[in-house]
Write a protein that binds this ligand. Structure first.
Ligand SMILES: O=C(O)[C@@H](O)C(=O)COP(=O)(O)O
Ligand SMILES: [Zn+2]
Length: 214
């Protein structure tokens, strides 16, 4: 997709997507944050402390690609993380972070493979997410995570923050939201299947559905 050229339409899309995610229970309270990259290279983000269920178009914050606040309300404390994803992935135009319950639960599991936390249980997961690295725990808003997040985002559009939740970039906001929902559903399946002999897709089956690079 090309960058978001119509700022007003982008604001409407952020608010509509935020409400949809919130009302379907994919994040709660004032957790989670969304952003898009506009055609002028600035980022529109949800403000810190806002609920994705009630955030309004006029509330959105703007930063530059370093995460520096330019106008609007004070941006999400994860602005540095969103900015790192955009710098690492020039064709990413949206980033979504949620505290979706099952993905957050998986982010707290011990003895996982930090290079890829979830098994490829379904073709849709292989298509939309692929591999999911676990980034080590940092307090929310701790920008010392930035260099590692930026390096990881060069090769992965989805990551799981330890003891926290997922962050997913997409070519557009619909794609980022679709992928993070798929990640949440696969985390739920993974937890449902714990203790049951399970047959994930084989590497060959996964390769047939690798997410299209963007
Ligand atoms: O977990 C946190 O505190 C943040 O990552 C979050 O989800 C909400 O923070 P704001 O976007 O700054 O409200
Ligand atoms: Zn968070």
């Amino acid at each position: 997709m090309t960058a978001y050229t119509d700022e007003s339409a982008a604001r409407t899309l952020i608010v509509r997507t935020a409400r949809s995610l919130f009302t379907r229970g994919l994040t709660h309270g004032s957790t989670g944050n969304l952003s898009v990259r506009l055609a002028d290279g600035t980022l529109l983000l949800t403000p810190t402390g806002s609920s994705l269920g009630t955030v309004e178009e006029a509330d959105l914050s703007r930063t530059d690609l370093s995460g520096k606040h330019l106008d609007g309300l004070r941006p999400t404390k994860e602005a540095f993380l969103h900015a790192a994803f955009y710098r690492a992935r020039p064709s990413a135009h949206a980033v979504v972070h949620l505290h979706s319950t099952h993905a957050a639960a998986v982010s707290c599991l011990d003895n996982v493979n930090p290079a890829d936390v979830l098994p490829p249980l379904t073709a849709y997961y292989a298509m939309r997410v692929g591999t999911l690295p676990l980034l080590p725990y940092h307090a929310p808003g701790d920008s010392s995570l930035e260099p590692l997040a930026e390096r990881t985002a060069r090769t992965h559009h989805a990551v799981l923050l330890a003891n926290h939740g997922p962050v997913v970039a997409g070519a557009c906001l619909e794609h980022a939201a679709d992928a993070i929902e798929e990640l949440e559903e696969t985390a739920k399946l993974h937890l449902l299947l714990r203790g049951h002999p399970t047959r994930p897709l084989t590497p060959e089956q996964v390769a047939a559905f690798a997410p299209a690079p963007f």
